[in-house]
Write a protein that binds this ligand. Structure first.
Ligand code: SF4
Length: 276
């Protein structure tokens, strides 16, 4: 890839630091990675919420039932690619969880937000990282919104999963689990500003939607997302570490990664670094 920009999708920056060797297999060597039914459920929940929010942003309206139909259609589309070994979730349970979450999102969460962009394709943004390395950021951002109290634009990202909602250690109240999402929303902030010339001035918000039996939805904020990606005067950002890997061509393994398994890693059979 010498001389060409190295493409990084917003959603792929965190996985680069989970196991770079796995990342290289998926994003450079194009080895196919599997997904389970819970990931398919997340994709389908996004589709249901997207149908609802896009209608609202266009000044139209669809019913909650129609949003649930969009969810069901996408769940059925996803089914063909699901690897049933990955998680123990039936299609019937997926449908029930998704319909509850999409309905709650449309009825109680979406009306609280004034979105200005929904599932927006952004312009590729080339960043010269020095040492002959250019990183091309790309991605389709979930949502941008006007902040409800102070005004200003901020990114909102929907996250689903078993641990998407956790208990606050002090208050014991549910809150969105923001851990590990800063890199993605930080790139969304850069891409939104580059694409629209509108400045991001409000903190990012994560809408966590638990696909566990609690079916909770909770919101959390990230105020330093862009800084995580670009760094500060005294601290390198994640892009600088990524550029070092691209410049050296070395993508180190991490056999302690949660994803180091035959279920999640397409390099599992050939990886020289895992114990046999
Ligand atoms: S097998 Fe483990 S260490 Fe090797 S690439 Fe996959 S996740 Fe990384």
């Amino acid at each position: 890839m010498s001389g060409q920009p190295f493409p990084i999708r917003a959603s792929s920056l965190s996985p680069l630091f989970e196991c770079a060797h796995r990342w290289e297999a998926i994003y450079i060597d194009r080895m196919r990675s599997s997904f389970g039914r819970r990931a398919a459920l997340g994709t389908a929940i996004h589709a249901g919420a997207e149908a609802f929010d896009i209608a609202r942003i266009n000044g139209e309206s669809i019913s909650v039932d129609e949003a649930c139909i969009a969810f069901m259609d996408e769940l059925s589309n996803q089914e063909e690619g699901v690897d049933p070994r990955i998680d123990n979730l039936s299609i019937k349970d997926s449908q029930a969880i998704g319909i509850k979450l999409v309905s709650d999102y449309c009825n109680h969460i979406a009306p609280k937000f004034q979105y200005v962009a929904v599932e927006m394709e952004t312009k590729p943004y080339d960043i010269n990282c020095g040492h002959g390395v250019t990183i091309r950021l790309t991605g389709k951002l979930d949502r941008a919104r006007i902040h409800s109290y102070q005004g200003g634009t901020g990114i909102t990202d929907l996250k689903t999963g078993k641990k998407a909602v956790i208990k606050d250690e002090e208050t014991r109240l549910p809150k969105a689990n923001i851990a590990g999402h800063g890199a993605q929303v930080g790139i969304y902030e850069l891409l939104y500003e580059f694409t629209t010339s509108d400045k991001i001035t409000a903190p990012a918000e994560i809408i966590g939607m638990s696909t566990e039996s609690s079916h909770q939805i909770a919101i959390g904020t990230i105020s330093n997302a862009k800084q995580i990606v670009t760094g500060t005067d005294i601290q390198p950002g994640l892009l600088e570490f990524a550029a070092d890997m691209f410049a050296s061509g070395k993508f180190p393994p991490n056999t302690k990664s949660m994803l180091c398994s035959s279920k999640y890693c397409p390099r599992w059979n050939t990886c020289a670094y895992r114990e046999r």
